[in-house]
Design a protein around this ligand. Structure first.
Ligand code: S3P
Length: 168
């Protein structure tokens, strides 16, 4: 049995896409933490933010993180903020092998503008406002992201790169 592989990084960095590919190649399970939260609460992420606020969302997120990381042999895609609140980074470091997908603010902004996934924190932002937001927020969040066991610094992350790095 192996510790779960936790994929962390900013919104739009491709955590779920890459996580699913790794899980498929390794023949192990895949969990998207946001989806797990939605299924556990019966609400979308947007409606949790709207009805209960971000602080409550972070509590629910942390509880769900604890639940999910107890399951071995799986890949878990975190939410962009997951490692940065409460003591989640310590939990991630203790209960998983972690990988930070580091993508430039310019590319994140490009991807987020064209994404159809509703994200309450960036709703209604223009491209310029979004780039500014991403740049500022990454500066704060990297204190946590950079504590991952592995950092993949690339705007073109390939599943093969990750597999050879993590599963040597
Ligand atoms: C968030 C990222 C989202 C989701 C929520 C908050 C964040 O996940 O958890 O909207 O704080 O960066 P993705 O990174 O999958 O978009």
């Amino acid at each position: 049995m192996a510790l779960p592989l936790a994929i962390i990084g900013f919104m739009g960095s491709g955590k779920s896409t890459l996580g699913k590919q790794i899980a498929e190649k390794k023949g192990i399970g895949f969990t998207d933490l946001d989806r797990y939260i939605s299924e556990s609460t019966g609400r979308t992420i947007s409606s949790i933010f709207k009805e209960y606020g971000e602080e409550r969302f972070r509590e629910i997120e942390s509880q769900c993180l604890h639940d999910v990381l107890r399951i071995p042999d799986q890949v878990v895609a975190m939410g962009g903020g997951t490692p940065c609140y409460l003591n989640n980074i310590e939990i991630i470091k203790t209960l998983s092998t972690s990988v930070y997908l580091k993508v430039s603010p310019e590319n994140l902004t490009r991807r987020l503008i064209s994404s159809k996934n509703p994200r309450p924190l960036i709703k209604g932002k223009s491209q310029d406002e979004l780039l500014n937001y991403v740049e500022q927020k990454i500066k704060i969040r990297e204190e946590y992201y950079l504590q991952a066991d592995f950092i993949i610094e690339s705007d073109q992350i390939r599943v093969e790169d990750l597999l050879s790095l993590v599963f040597v």
